[in-house]
Design a protein around this ligand. Structure first.
Ligand code: ADP
Ligand code: MG
Length: 651
């Protein structure tokens, strides 16, 4: 239960609002919170359905409201056109960004505007990835509300370290659409470190920074980040990976292996039901081999012919070796980009190729402070071994790798809720932000590794006599030429009074908020012409668009809203009943028999109404119960204050 407090002014029983942490994953999503009494982060398991919610949405053809999670997953093969998965891959992206991968998804990604944000077509309707992500977030929110019996309005959501501004903005918009105030967008590797308690005590990293590698192998994506923790600051030194590499590839390797070795009927590739059976068996084999050495199962074809298929740990390890090597290549790159050389790797290198020297900007270390394993696929023993061998130290896997990101998000939420005032947590921007100057060069304004939030600016002038417009193009990246960096957007400052070149003074200011979202502003100082220009990430949504989507979701789903309101009323009523019950037992000696009886009667009335569908009635009775108990609460408060004072003397 959350903390309970009585408001001294009104006597009403109040509850501190809970902030949850959400891992919105490509394959699985989950929500976690910090338990107010144990102070430990825990993943939420509503109705014993498990903590992982598959990130899959199914739209029933009859137009009823979408299914999210395992129920939706069952439709992946039988009704792929109405079943959306991997929506995180589409967030904040244009068709062009998908670079040919759109066809690999089982549903229809719209390609009529290759520059704008992608949409997904399901039947007659078009959905943006933001709306689809919001469906998942709404499901998580409802599960949290149901399991914790308290309204959930505020959240911290994690994103991969490599997410750019538009992807972060899209994640935030999805949260808003799901009715959540997104207090912070946190990098997944940072969350993992927090879950392990690393960097939580700024004192601990005061004299010496800690360097941590976070290796995250999920269902369809892989990334590795090198973090530096210093005095409460989490810095992403480098991040690398492959957004099309993960556990699904392991499953596919097993399917192909079986098909060949056991000469399976081609129907297993053609008939959806058989395909599904084979894929599920492959995933089961993979998971089983994380604990055992041999796997055996039977496959049934359409004519009920039985084929026994087997897989040993050794066969599986061999199948996935190429995948593992690809992840290690990314680790090597990430270390190099972070300017780190691990001693043990150096000695291996020198044995092979003679002495390997470190350059001036590389730092030689004996080992990292920790190597954290994240993502379901790191449960594969061979992955653990390979990563530990690569970094020359045992990897940390004591926390559940599917949960660790959400747990860390919950810790961050707890910090933001002010429950850990000793902790100061800052993030830094991983890439330099700047604008294009003459000759296509990047002029850095906010250097990488700046603590955020931050503001910075610089003065510019015109290069041509009588120039009245100045185009300002904003880029992100470390390269000198803008063409090598990522363009975030551009705008034109117009209305500069005609002057000789070099005379106008144009201030360009960048402000980066705590989520890593950027705003740019330009002012011509000499003339006083001030033009406030706001830059949005290239594919971000305007506030109007978000409002429009909110409106749409209201008009299209009147009954959804009504159902939501009813559930919220019921949840609030259950909460009130619980508080009142607790109040009665705790203060039995301070209340008269009549007061207790009256309260119990009103409570019983409310309890009966709970099953009805009349929201208004529930609210009315809640008010009535609240009104009845308020004076009692006030009196109890006063008496307990007097009791407390009686023992003490003032002055
Ligand atoms: P994401 O972060 O992409 O949403 P997850 O971290 O939830 O993904 O990882 C999902 C992947 O983990 C799936 O491919 C699943 O098969 C795999 N996985 C889960 N448990 C195990 C296990 N015990 N052994 C091997 N792989 C596993
Ligand atoms: Mg993940």
């Amino acid at each position: 239960m959350a903390k309970v407090a009585i408001n001294l002014a009104t006597g009403a029983i109040q509850q501190d609002e809970l902030i949850v942490g959400i891992d919105l994953g490509t394959t699985n999503s989950l929500v976690a919170y910090v338990h107010p009494e144990t102070r430990q982060p825990a993943a939420i398991n509503d109705l014993g359905r498990g903590v992982l919610v598959p990130s899959v949405i199914h739209f029933p053809p009859d137009g009823s409201s979408p299914l999210v999670g395992s129920e939706a997953k069952d439709f992946l093969l039988s009704d792929p056109a109405h079943t959306i998965y991997s929506v995180k891959r589409l967030l904040g992206k244009s068709y062009r960004d998908l670079a040919g991968h759109a066809g690999e998804l089982g549903y229809k990604v719209i390609d009529d505007d290759i520059e704008g944000l992608v949409k997904v077509r399901v039947g007659e309707r078009f959905y943006s990835p933001i709306e689809l992500s919001a469906d998942i977030l709404r499901e998580l929110r409802q599960r949290a509300e149901h399991a914790l019996k308290t309204p959930v309005r505020r959240a911290v959501i994690t994103v991969p370290a490599y997410f750019n501004d538009s992807q972060r903005q899209a994640t935030r918009d999805a949260g808003r659409l799901a009715g959540l105030e997104v207090l912070r967008i946190v990098n997944e590797p940072t969350a993992a470190a927090l879950a392990y308690g690393l960097g939580l005590d700024p004192e601990e990293t005061k004299t010496r920074a800690k360097t941590v590698a976070v290796y995250d192998l999920g269902g369809g994506t892989f990334d590795v980040s090198i973090l530096r923790l210093h005095q409460g600051i989490f810095e992403v030194l480098s991040t690398h990976g492959d957004t099309w590499l993960g556990g699904d590839d392991m499953d596919r390797a097993v399917v192909n292996f079986w098909q060949e070795k056991f000469q399976l009927s081609p129907d297993f590739q053609r008939v959806p039901g058989l395909q599904q059976q084979l894929r599920l068996a492959a995933e089961m084999a993979k998971r089983y081999l994380s604990q055992h050495d041999d796997f055996t199962t039977q496959l049934l074809d359409q004519a009920d012919n039985v084929t026994v298929v087997t897989l040993t740990r050794a066969e599986f390890d061999e199948l996935i070796e190429p995948l593992i090597q690809r992840t290690l290549a990314a680790c090597r790159q990430a270390l190099a980009d972070a300017g780190l050389v691990i001693g043990s790797q150096l000695s291996v290198a020198s044995e092979k190729k003679g002495p390997a020297l470190t350059t001036d900007n590389q730092q030689l270390i004996t080992k990292l402070d920790a190597v954290l394993l994240v993502g379901g696929s790191t449960r594969v023993p061979r992955v653990y071994e390979a990563v530990s061998a690569f970094f020359g130290q045992p990897a940390n896997n004591s926390l559940n790798p599917d949960e660790v990101v959400a747990l860390g998000a919950a810790v961050q939420a707890d910090i933001l809720a002010g429950n850990r005032r000793d902790v100061l947590l800052l993030d830094v921007t991983p890439l330099t932000l700047g604008i294009e100057t003459l000759g296509g060069l990047l002029d850095p304004i906010i250097p990488r590794n700046s603590k955020i939030p931050t503001r910075a600016g610089r003065q510019y002038t015109t290069s041509v006599d009588g120039q009245v417009n100045l185009k300002i193009s904003v880029y992100q990246g470390e390269r000198d030429l803008v063409s090598e960096n990522r363009k975030l957007g551009e705008f034109v400052l117009s209305g500069i009074p005609a002057m000789p070149a070099g005379l106008p003074k144009i201030d360009v200011n960048f402000s980066l908020n705590a989520d890593g979202i950027l705003r740019v502003e330009a002012v011509e100082l000499r003339s006083g012409t001030r033009q406030d220009v706001e830059i949005k990430p290239q594919y971000g949504l305007t506030d109007n668009q978000v409002e429009q989507m909110l409106m749409d979701s209201l008009t299209h789903a009147q009954q959804d809203v009504a159902a939501r309101l009813l559930i919220e009323a019921r949840t609030a009523a259950e909460q009130l009943l619980y508080q009142v019950g607790r109040f009665l037992t705790k203060n039995a000696d301070l209340l008269s028999a009549a007061e207790t009886a009256a309260t119990e009667a009103k409570a019983a009335e409310l309890r009966q109404t709970l099953t009805a569908t009349a929201r208004d009635l529930i609210l009315q009775q809640m008010d009535a119960l609240d009104e009845l108990t308020r004076p009692f609460a006030e009196r109890v408060m006063n008496e307990s204050i007097q009791r407390a004072m009686a023992g003490k003397r003032i002055g």
